[in-house]
Design a protein around this ligand. Sequence first.
Ligand code: SF4
Length: 405
Amino acid sequence: MGADINVAGRPTTPAPEFANALRRLTNGETNAIADAYALIRCADTDLPALLAAAGALRDTHKGRTVTYSRKAFLPITNLCRDRCTYCTFRKDPGDTGAWTMRRDEIRDWLTRAQALGCKEALMCLGDKPEAAFPEYRQTLHDLGHASTIGYVREACEIALEVGLLPHTNAGVLAADEMTALRPVNVSLGLMLENVTPRLRARGMVHQNAPDKEPARRLEMIAEAGRLRIPFTTGILLGIGETPEERVDSLFAIADLHAAYGHVQEVIIQNFRAKPEIPLADAPEPTAAEMARAVAVARLLLGGAMNIQAPPNLSPNDHRLLLRAGINDWGGISPLTLDYVNPEAPWPAIVALAATCAEEGFTLRERLAIYPEYVHSTFLDPALAAPVNVLASTITREEIHALAPS
Ligand code: SF4
């Protein structure tokens, strides 16, 4: 738990406005947006009551199990046409560190990942580089592809050959691109980040990032729902949004899931400052802000939703995040960096399991598709066999890996 938060301290009497909002939201009564605004702005003294309500809802639906996915992160290309001011992942052609993975690199990494027990191949890359860079179009041509998605599809096929299940986050995709990826991906992902168009304005983080236009991202997530693709999305805290805009974004995700039923998990991710970015001196979200956002997400999205917070981005707050209502830690890699936050190492899985146990939770491995989507029409029939094979190996392996010594 962060040193500034004492959620285990002596209970205090909640403020009436907070108590009424929490009661109405917990009971599913009306006025939800105003109540959620009140909760996400609650005083520190009311935080224990908020976390207790969210944690209880999680416990009712998910029990005391928290999951993670053992993954390899493959940055297929770090070229990107967008310029988000908090990003150190993206490069231009010719920059130091500019990189498009060769197919022999992809196969080598996947083979090593499989040997280390990884089951998820996260294909994570920049947005539409071929639209901006002639050099990259030549690279694709040399690789025998006309589009990035064609090459990503080949990488996914290699992953399946090697024995990993692909999950691709390639930025904003059109319907035909998602249709091409569906038979080789158990799930796709796109962070909504935030629903407010304000972040696209001059001087804001997405001024030069056309693919961060919220309407385009909402439309892609909806299209994935129409295509019945299990989907991962989430919000990014600390990029210039207000607490109310975090709530608005969670409502937008809830609406998409209500329409299509395909949102398998919602990530609550915190911005991390880095010396080399324009936002180097911007304040990072505090542990209390993260806890409020997780708890409000749990209450708005319900007990059945999988709520995730990346453990490497809040290394001192794992206990707090558990109490706030998460039931998943996302992908953790024994092989590769988090290339989006390379300064933030993954926790050791055994250490994370021990922390979970101390809080009364069992840590279990899961696949890149959640169990509730496996036996459904959301999973492409071509992937049923590899999913079943890996689902059966998880049970055997985790008994050995996570058993108390
Ligand atoms: S955050 Fe994503 S879209 Fe934005 S610059 Fe980085 S890689 Fe590109």
